[in-house]
Design a protein around this ligand. Sequence first.
Ligand code: F6R
Length: 609
Amino acid sequence: MCGIVGYLGKRPAQPILIEGLKRLEYRGYDSAGVALCDGTRLSVVRSVGRIGNLQQRLAARGDDPSSLGIAHTRWATHGEPTEINAHPHTDASGRIALVHNGIVENYASLKEFLVGEGLAFRSQTDTEVLAQLVGYLYDGDLASAVRAALGRVQGTYGIAVISADEPGLLVAARKGSPLLIGVGDGEYIVASDPSAIVPHTDRVIYLDDGEMASITADAVRTVTLDNVPVDKTEARVELSLEQIELDGYEHYMLKEICEQPATLRNCLAGRLDVRDGRIQLGGVAAHLRQLATSGRITLIGCGTAWHAGLVGGYLFESLARMPAAVDYASEFRYRNPIIEPGTVVIAISQSGETADTLAALREARERGALVLGVVNAVGSTIARETDAGVYLHVGPEIGVASTKAFTGQLAVLTMLAMTLGRRRHMSIGMFESLLHGLSKIPDAIARALEQSDLIRGIAARNVERNNWLFLGRGLNYPVALEGALKLKEISYIHAEGMPAAEMKHGPIALISRGTPAVFIATRSEQYEKVISNMEEVRSRGGRLIVIGNEGDKQVSGLADEFIPVPEVPEPLAPMVNVVPLQLLAYHAAVIRGCNVDKPRNLAKSVTVE
Ligand code: F6R
């Protein structure tokens, strides 16, 4: 995700800021920028792409002795990854610069207000709105202007702000997006992540949510956003750089599995409005009428994204009562697909660069379909080539095995299916109950994650078996497919996922004494039928590893290994039920000594057909 570095001290700020940005590179970014203050004026330099591009631009300007500055790596959320959208953003006078991590949820209404006051905007970002708002409120006291601006903001932020009119001051604030202050000898380094400060100091002040700091050469003054002074104590950073990047986790995959409550909250933020009973998907708002009346929706993707598409297909049918087909992107393209007037194709992709998905969506567009994207990487090729779309907002996925992108894809497709359902026939009561359920999914995932130790034990007891089955029905069938894919791709154990009822039509022959059969048996319309399938496996000596609802005695009594998950409304269950399967694959791979984040033969983004 985005990264922030700020410097105030005696040394030239530029090299320290650039070094800090490089230490934040692992978080993923698509553009970067720096604002420096030489005591009388600000200079802002930004560029798209790698930090090297930014360095070249800075080098062309010659040495800069400025000892106050802020810098940022941006991972686009609002607006494409362009130079104009890169941070720092400035106010109308160009004398205040601001960098921001997080999302200003009410940026549209703030922007409307500022435009009404005569201000012109250059970028598409929510951050420029904040910079302009600070400038609008500024009357010679930067800290007060920042505080007043944040009082009008809904959303999350970690920010650093400087002004050419107060060249001895750096203002920082945080709410929902981490920020800390490294304390050096006569210098301070503000950063969103300790890795940017460890080369300079191990003394650190962690800002808490709702706090703001005014940093000058000889003091850090900390207040709440209501201007109540807060006494902060310094802490010591004792982690190595690698530990910091992984945030204490052993692998990126585990980190990404565990951060799903937070990434889903981010994905839902500003879209779910439980109070007013609404879902707002700005990216596709202009196409909702066409979508809701479409006679044919086809969801395409590859691998995990295709599994998300399968869940989406069920939801479009069951919640919106719309005909939905799901296809592998690679097959769709060569199948001479039927595209009629009104056909909508939804391309699902984490990276936004998968060649098969890209080729398929080009084919669909060529034939006249409306093509929407459900994409994580903002500004990626698929995001650019679709007619419209909804971003996942789950942050960059670094581990090769897709985890948090899957739950993000499910959340977006669920919101889309609910929106269409409501437009077509879904009762307000059902809509509101699903809306409420969806808002609670991050908490349910957090509960599912608590089973990690139990799941590690299950993995250890079964990891020697070389053939596993993953079985589920209805919405849990794609979850079974995803569980099998996770296990095979990172632990190299052969696994097959299938609808539980299909097993008796052939694959049941694979079951011998001790064959692990992972069932997803949470309460659903087909619950009793799944239990019958479990009995079929048990009577043939298979070993039942079962994901069921907390307190379900019937299922846990039948299982050899039982993994409890919270019960949530059935259409939302895949987001929760997949989490133990991600952990099962992860622990199995670690126990087998596999390279979890970089499994053999696999690439994060498959850009060849
Ligand atoms: C599995 C995995 C792959 C991707 C597939 C599509 O863990 O990561 O199956 O899901 O290659 O990639 P994207 O979503 O980037 O189009």
